[in-house]
Design a protein around this ligand. Structure first.
Ligand code: HEC
Length: 379
């Protein structure tokens, strides 16, 4: 009896609601108490076909637009799967990639068969966005995850950073690890992804996977010929920042390319505040696998001239007539476009790929400890 009454009340309520088109294009959304009441009632009804009532649908969309990321909104989407919300849901997930809400949004997209609007961002020009899309796909439950990540890894369209993010995401799942291992044993994994793959596979809790991977992959050796421990091990260690500061200026050769508070050369980025930017793990990756984490504006370019002169370095300037590159010694070279045969962006970083060879494991740990102390406003 009460339910019938609620139903009648509900229908009369709906007739009073505006049916606004183009809801998703509006910036601010007015949410009336009636909208809230409709939403609450809808959620309590056992079954309701949202497409049968334009006003109810409009109220739901207004609600979703006004309260993105709330439990209620997720509940509504799960229940009614309104595809009109896919665009907004995609944006929401990309803006919150490392959060439960962002992952839930991604999962709902796949549940609504709208996962494509998220995976399209893998090829975004904006690398941060591409990385977020890959991370979200990695976290979202569902059958789509492993095949999608494998495509990112094998296709080679995305940058090394995005692809190594996909390797890392595959490494977090048992089925992903197995697929990754197959690529490795078939020799189908690109060289620039081997460091990332070695880290996840060699430290796998599945001892069979780890043993098989060890036949094909190894972590690079350090100065004392000790193999590098896997990242999961390294991040647990504590170092001595004072020794690290010393290593930065001497054995590590970092000072030849990086400035800290005015000291050093400016080939790579200034590291004065690097501790505020990178996590401990990201710091290790930046040092040990620079091509997997090339920072923006520091891509390497290479030029080949008609006379066979090869120059590579960072792009300092480009005019209509000439290009200036800064080499790894910090020397700028300007080349006339007339004599350029090839001018292209490299996939690898200008930062050497094998710096760990200069360092013992302890020195490396000290160096990272030091780099983490380089914080904003630390004087
Ligand atoms: C030959 C020059 C060179 C040397 C030597 C070098 N780097 Fe780099 N480094 C670069 C360049 C260029 C970049 C930017 C491109 C990239 O991210 O790979 C970079 C990037 C980095 C980054 C990431 C910066 C960011 O903003 O994300 C860190 C951290 C770093 N280097 C630390 C070190 C440390 C520590 C050493 C010494 C062990 C070192 N580098 C030695 C050239 C160098």
């Amino acid at each position: 009896m009460r339910l019938i009454f609620a139903g009648i009340l509900f229908t009369s309520l709906l007739t009073w609601l505006p049916v606004s088109g183009n809801l998703l294009a509006e910036e601010t959304v007015e949410l009336s108490p009636k909208d809230k009441l409709v939403v609450e009632t809808l959620l309590r009804l056992k079954s309701f076909d949202l497409d049968s009532s334009a006003p109810a649908k409009a109220a739901v969309l207004r609600y979703l637009r006004a309260k993105p990321g709330t439990d209620r909104s997720f509940e509504l989407i799960e229940r009614f799967k309104p595809v009109e919300i896919a665009g907004q849901l995609t944006k929401y997930s990309l803006a919150h990639p490392g959060e439960t809400g962002g992952v839930r949004a991604a999962e709902l997209l796949f549940a609504m068969n709208r996962g494509g609007s998220l995976s399209a961002y893998i090829n975004s020009e904006n690398e941060r966005e591409a990385i977020s899309a890959v991370e979200l796909i990695g976290h979202a439950a569902g059958k789509q995850t492993v095949p999608l990540l494998l495509t990112v890894v094998s296709e080679g369209k995305a940058s090394a950073t995005v692809r190594s993010t996909a390797v890392k995401a595959l490494g977090k799942r048992a089925d992903g690890q197995r697929e990754l291992l197959i690529l490795v044993t078939r020799g189908q994994l690109a060289d620039e992804l081997k460091f990332a793959a070695a880290n996840v596979l060699l430290s796998s809790t599945d001892t069979k996977v780890a043993a098989e991977a060890a036949k094909y992959l190894e972590l690079p050796a350090t100065a004392d010929s000790q193999p590098l421990p896997a990242l999961v091990e390294l991040v647990k260690r504590k170092g001595d920042p004072a020794t690290g500061a010393e290593v930065f200026r001497t054995t590590g050769t970092c000072i030849k390319c990086h400035k800290i508070r005015g000291e050093g050369k400016e080939v790579g980025p200034d590291l004065t505040e690097i501790g505020s930017k990178l996590s401990r793990e990201a710091m290790y990756v930046s040092i040990l696998d620079p091509s997997a984490a090339i920072s923006h504006n520091f891509e390497t370019y290479s030029i080949l001239t008609e006379d066979g002169l090869a120059v590579s370095g960072l792009l300092i300037s480009e005019t209509d007539d000439a290009v200036t590159l800064r080499s790894s010694d910090g020397i700028d070279k300007t080349i006339d476009k007339d004599v350029m045969e090839i001018f292209k962006k490299q996939k690898t970083s200008l930062m050497p790929q094998d710096l760990q060879k200069l360092l013992t494991v302890d020195q490396l740990v000290d160096l990272v400890e030091y780099a983490l102390t380089l914080q904003k406003n630390s004087g």
